[in-house]
Design a protein around this ligand. Structure first.
Ligand code: GDP
Ligand code: MG
Length: 171
């Protein structure tokens, strides 16, 4: 029998960009306007089908607050894929992406960890970061890129499928 594939995937990015909402939309197909701030680490499992194979994603979501810093190295350990998220209506969350890339550099235990840049909240009207800027940054940093909305669902399923697909292609 073929071995069942299981991959560890993390979400990182500034607080409030929609990390927990993205996981909730993907795993439960639900959305809350008033979500409670994530405390510590939450963990969800979900099966996706890639090239006719079922693969299990173990998705780790964190608050990323400094007081949980002690958790961070175990959070990153062994991750196959990282979803780096920003909010297209918050320029700061885009400007802080380099900070998160440095965190990956410091803590990731796999040199070829697959990185996906996810631009969230594209349903909102007050956009501050264009699609082109996101694409360009992703390209420069050797990341894949997708725009999404946890609220309207657009791009969410594709983001995780794409990530699973890239992970499977990566040695
Ligand atoms: P986290 O701190 O990164 O985990 O962000 P949350 O998932 O807690 O989301 C922060 C806030 O943004 C919440 O009020 C969510 O309802 C809202 N939110 C998350 N994703 C979206 C989205 O795609 N569109 C809109 N309009 N709001 C969103
Ligand atoms: Mg959260």
């Amino acid at each position: 029998m073929e071995e069942e594939k299981q991959y560890k995937v993390l979400l990182i990015g500034d607080s409030d960009v929609g990390k927990t909402s993205i996981v909730k939309r993907f795993s439960d197909d639900a959305f809350d306007e008033d979500i409670l701030c994530t405390i510590g680490v939450e963990f969800k499992m979900k099966v996706v089908n890639v090239d006719d194979k079922d693969v299990t994603l173990c998705i780790w979501d964190t608050a990323g607050q400094e007081k949980f810093r002690a958790l961070i190295s175990s959070y990153y350990r062994g991750a196959h894929g990282i979803i780096l998220t920003y909010d297209v209506t918050k320029r700061d969350s885009f400007n802080n992406l380099q900070y998160w890339l440095n965190e990956i550099e410091t803590f990731s235990t796999r040199p070829n960890v697959v990185k996906l840049l996810v631009a969230n909240k594209i349903d909102k009207e007050n956009r501050e970061v264009s699609r082109e800027e996101g694409e360009e940054f992703a390209k420069k940093k050797a990341m894949f890129f997708i725009e999404c909305s946890a609220k309207t669902k657009i791009g969410i399923q594709q983001a995780f499928e794409e990530l699973a697909h890239k992970i499977m292609e990566t040695p």
